[in-house]
Design a protein around this ligand. Structure first.
Ligand code: A2P
Length: 316
């Protein structure tokens, strides 16, 4: 299985597996369901798991990895690439170390491979409802937060640091003052949201892109069927003896991005990692590149249509 195929991160010198498993479920599932799915994914060959404090998936990911090591499915922790993210309620310089230590405790690990600033936004209180009251939403002080992220790396709590949902403008700002540059920007990327400008910018700056929602997050409240039900992609899939999902994931891979498709289904997670022994033709790529563009996940749908939130949505 092609799970070992990966990309070298130019900033951190690490290798990130090209396909990892997304662990955010909507509607939420219980921890046991996530643990079983992660263990199944390890058996299928997955070595990258994308988690986040806010997903509630750190504990089950950690438990599944501990179990996999006990069962001998992997030899050591080093075989895995674990990503987790700093949630907005901890997006303050003096809280970053506390936050990563909480995540590490959840994961039962001494370090993660990649720690990402989840969003360029700060929340002053735990999110208890959606939309979030405007007074709880604040701009992020990126300088102090990033200093905290750099300290995490310097202390060995993470091997690499990066961001998620950052636009060219915000990355430009970050690059202007950082000591350690972001290794990764994790963003929505799929045939219906191709992110041309951001892809070119990140390539020029040596920032690797990881794609979330590479299948359009079908079944979640922020996703839909536009990719899995797309006639153009389906036609290509039929002609190549692949599934629509595999064509979409292969397209992401050929953009030079890694990806974290979410499937907790044994057959589909195996299918999603099996995309490395063929390639799309130029004609097929051109067809996909003509699909209409529409961003799937907006922050406004979760946080509410507040000024700061709409500004970020318009930016990425
Ligand atoms: P399931 O977990 O039941 O497989 P994304 O990765 O873009 O967030 O999309 C995730 C959604 O797509 C989930 O609802 C997942 O459901 C579904 N999915 C994942 N892989 C496939 C696949 N190969 N074929 C069809 N649906 C898939």
């Amino acid at each position: 299985m092609g799970a070992t195929t990966g990309f070298t991160l130019s900033c951190a010198g690490q290798t990130i597996p090209a396909v990892g498993l997304g662990t955010v479920s909507d509607p939420r599932v219980d921890a046991e369901t996530t643990r079983v799915a992660v263990l199944e994914a390890i058996k299928a060959g997955y070595r990258h798991f994308d988690s986040a404090f806010v997903y509630g998936s750190e504990k089950p990911v950690g438990e599944a990895i501990a179990e996999a090591l006990r069962l001998g499915l992997a030899k050591s922790r080093d075989e895995f690439f674990i990503t987790t993210k700093l949630w907005c309620t901890f997006a303050e310089g003096d809280q970053v170390i506390t936050a990563i230590k909480m995540s590490l405790k959840n994961l039962q690990m001494d370090y993660v491979d990649m720690y990402l600033v989840h969003l360029p936004l700060r929340l002053t209180q735990q999110m208890t409802k959606s939309p979030v009251p405007r007074e709880h939403i604040m701009p992020i002080d990126l300088k102090s937060v990033w200093a905290g992220m750099e300290e995490c790396q310097n202390l060995g709590l993470t091997k690499g640091i990066g961001v998620s949902n950052f636009s060219c403008k915000r990355l430009e700002d970050l690059i202007s003052f950082c000591k350690i540059p972001p290794a990764i920007n994790q963003v929505e990327l799929n045939p219906f949201w191709r992110q041309k400008e951001l892809m070119e910018f990140c390539k020029a700056k040596g920032i690797h892109i990881t794609a979330y929602s590479p299948l359009g997050a079908h079944g979640t409240k922020w996703g839909d069927n536009r990719i899995l039900g797309c006639n153009v992609i389906e036609e290509i899939a039929k002609a190549r003896g692949k599934t629509t999902a595999q064509v979409s994931l292969r397209w992401v891979y050929e953009q030079g991005a890694s990806m974290v498709p979410k499937s907790f289904n044994k057959e589909r997670m195996r299918q999603n990692i099996d995309i490395f022994d063929w390639s799309l033709t130029e004609e097929e790529i051109n067809k996909i590149n003509q699909l209409p563009q529409r961003k799937g996940s907006t922050l406004a749908s979760t946080f509410g249509p507040h000024d700061l939130v709409l500004e970020i949505d318009a930016d990425i």
